[in-house]
Design a protein around this ligand. Structure first.
Ligand SMILES: [Fe+2]
Ligand SMILES: [Fe+2]
Length: 361
């Protein structure tokens, strides 16, 4: 086993030699120097694990030796023990400021010297282990960060693909998706949600109807009121969307939006008929803006086919008041001006009224 190297500097040669002997018996490999300059030279060349130095030496004093050692990058952290017969407070403070770790008062007690030497080494080993662990942890965190970034890029790619699939089926779906994303984010912001939540809802709200890609054409494209059978098939898009997103390893918030955006707080929604707080906040937010967007968009099977903004406001405040989260509705009515601006900026193509999409949102 390699013994840890200790440099012992003392101009009292018999003392330096006997300290070397004590260090050797304590398991160290000692190198002895009889003045400060020789000790500094040895330290530069040998890079010891511990330095022991007398305080008063001709040439380079112990105090200056410590100061010089601390300037050397490879030695700036090695434990230093100072031997001194001057135990005064000013000396101790000055040495601590210079970077000494330990004091032993002369005349040196052999056992105390050996114990303190061992403790200094262990302290150094603990610090080294900690430094290694810290750098390993930093490396692991960087790797994790990279993995998260590539997963996020993958998720964004999948979202784009799913949204494109919607858009290819319905020329107006692209703008509806954009609007619902923007409206949901704006409402979440107005509700005082955390920025990270706002960011997530803006990213995933557009996937709320992704399950419609699996619906049969006669349900998807009908311009008439649904038959009960068609309605049942249509309602399956929530469950289908959640399954699709789960298979694409999308986060829980995306699944909740797809599965629960037709749930209503009075329990009148689907697929489960959940009520109150059981409907996740993200689904309540998306459900509300999706409802408003549907009211203010062309729907050929209802009268009026499109509600004016003020009419939509009245409908939301009256007919469906029970089914929408009242706090969220209050927030939405406060930002309705922004919602109208978003609707105008991303309006449906006038020449191609929306024929697909939900009977309802
Ligand atoms: Fe839907
Ligand atoms: Fe929708």
């Amino acid at each position: 086993m390699i013994r840890p190297l200790v440099i012992i500097a003392d101009d009292d040669q018999p003392l330096a030699d006997s300290l070397g002997l004590l260090a050797e018996r304590a398991g160290f490999h000692p190198l002895v120097a009889y003045d400060g300059l020789a000790a500094l030279q040895l330290a530069r060349e040998q890079r010891p694990r511990v330095l022991v130095t007398d305080l008063h030496m001709p040439g380079l004093s112990g105090e200056r030796l410590v100061a010089e050692i601390r300037k050397i990058a490879s030695l700036e952290r090695i434990p230093v023990m100072v031997l001194t017969s001057d135990d005064s407070r000013p000396t101790r403070i000055r040495l601590l400021r210079q970077g000494a770790d330990e004091f032993v008062i002369k005349p040196v007690d052999p056992e105390e010297f050996q114990i303190r030497l061992g403790l200094l080494l262990r302290q150094d080993e603990d610090a080294t282990t900690l430094a290694v662990l810290t750098s390993q942890r930093i490396l692991a965190l960087r790797k994790l960060e990279k993995n998260v970034q590539s997963l996020e890029r993958l998720a964004v790619g999948i979202i784009d693909a799913l949204e494109t699939a919607d858009t290819l089926q319905d020329p107006n779906a692209g703008n509806h998706i954009r609007r619902v994303g923007l409206l949901a984010a704006r409402l979440a912001q107005a509700r005082g949600c955390q920025p990270a939540f706002v960011d997530q809802i803006s990213r995933y709200a557009g996937l709320h109807d992704v399950g419609k890609v699996g619906l049969p054409d006669d349900v998807k494209w009908t311009r008439n009121v649904f038959t009960p059978e068609q309605r049942e098939v249509m309602t399956s898009h929530a469950d289908m969307g959640a399954r699709l997103l789960r298979s694409a390893s999308m986060p829980e918030i995306a699944l909740n939006i797809a599965l629960f955006h037709h749930e209503r707080i009075d329990g009148s929604g689907y697929p489960l008929g959940l009520g109150g707080d059981l409907v996740p906040q993200e689904a309540r937010i998306v459900g509300l803006v999706d409802t408003w967007d549907a009211l203010t968009s062309e729907r050929p099977w209802r009268t009026p086919t499109r509600y004016a903004f003020c009419e939509a406001r009245s409908v939301m405040q009256s007919d469906i008041l029970e089914s929408l989260d009242p706090t969220l509705l209050g927030c939405f009515l406060e930002i309705e001006g922004d919602a109208r601006a978003i609707k105008c900026a991303y309006s449906d193509r006038p020449s191609e009224p929306a024929v697909s999409g939900p009977h309802g949102p």
